[in-house]
Design a protein around this ligand. Structure first.
Ligand SMILES: [Mg+2]
Length: 309
């Protein structure tokens, strides 16, 4: 534990539920769920419950569906014992979908329909996967706004990544055939009105096809709104992710004057220069080889210790 990673701890006896010393905004695949098994280690579930029970806002900001969060995170947390009155927020599909849950289960699921990929395009992608790519990947039927196609767990990563390139190219072509402007990384294919409305975003385990208005920054703004609706203004934020796109959480918070540090649990892509502190497992005194949910779990444990929870 370094000095730079010690959140301000309230003086003993002072209870400020409306201004907790920290709020956690967590990407799920990578820092919380293993990218190999796709599930969450029991120790991480226990740490999440302990932090939330102590009044530290725990908010997930993921590209995953609400169904995935219910199964992999909410149900194990409820089984571990969320105290009455504790609310967990989950922002799913990169800000297009969100819901909150308590020990009693999930509240209503909200969907911003304006941010959804056209259903006819989604149907064509489902057919494309079934006909040409079913050996390597599957169509995620739980998404409400995005279209996501994911690697089968038993397919070797290198095989998947090679096949993913072919799939991504076909997905781009299909966008053009639907008259939709699309971008993949630095490859722009605007529609006839010279607009780009959608993006194809490949990750190490999936390809997401989504409105360009979705992103971890949208999720961060929703997180601040959800806490504000509860009368909660955190003194500081920690954002945690394993991808370059996850920095958008901290970018947005910093830009909007919320004190933030970002934790990168897979810094192999290089740590960009940012106007806020960026932490990795090395800042906890761990080896640089500690990544993904091993690093995410270590940070959760470090925050528990620093806060005396
Ligand atoms: Mg991730």
């Amino acid at each position: 534990m370094t000095a730079s990673e010690s959140p301000a701890v309230p003086a003993p006896g002072i209870r400020l539920p409306s201004a907790p010393p920290l709020a956690l905004l967590l990407d799920v695949d990578g820092p919380v769920a293993s990218p190999l098994t796709r599930d969450v280690k029991p120790d991480i579930i226990l740490d999440l419950v302990a932090l939330a029970a102590a009044g530290i806002p725990v908010i997930f900001n993921t590209g995953r569906s609400d169904a995935f969060i219910r199964e992999q995170v909410m149900e194990p947390m409820i089984a571990a014992g969320i105290p009455a009155g504790t609310v967990i927020h989950a922002i799913c599909e990169k800000g297009a979908v969100w819901f909150s849950y308590t020990s009693a289960g999930p509240g209503p699921v909200h969907v911003d329909r304006e941010l959804a990929v056209p259903a006819a395009y989604g149907d064509d992608i489902r057919r494309l996967v079934a006909e040409n790519y079913a050996a390597h990947m599957f169509f995620d039927e739980t998404k409400r706004a995005m279209v996501s196609v994911e690697q089968h767990i038993d397919v070797p990563s290198a095989d998947y990544l090679a096949e993913q390139k072919l799939f991504d190219a076909e997905a781009m072509e299909l966008m053009v055939r639907h008259g939709l402007g699309v971008v993949r990384l630095d490859h722009h294919v605007p529609n006839s009105d010279d607009e780009v409305d959608y993006r194809v975003d490949p990750t190490i385990i999936s390809t997401d096809i989504e409105s360009v208005r979705l992103g971890k920054d949208l999720g961060a703004s929703r997180a601040v709104e959800l806490l504000a609706a509860q009368g909660i203004t955190p003194q500081a934020w920690r954002t945690v992710g394993d991808s370059r796109t996850d920095y958008a959480m901290a970018d947005w918070l910093h830009h909007n004057d919320h004190p933030v540090k970002h934790v990168d649990v897979r810094p192999a892509d290089g740590v960009p220069s940012k106007p806020y502190p960026v932490l990795t497992a090395v800042d906890l005194g761990l080896e640089a080889t500690v990544i993904h949910d091993d690093a995410g779990g270590a940070f959760l444990r470090a925050w528990r210790e620093a806060l005396g929870i």
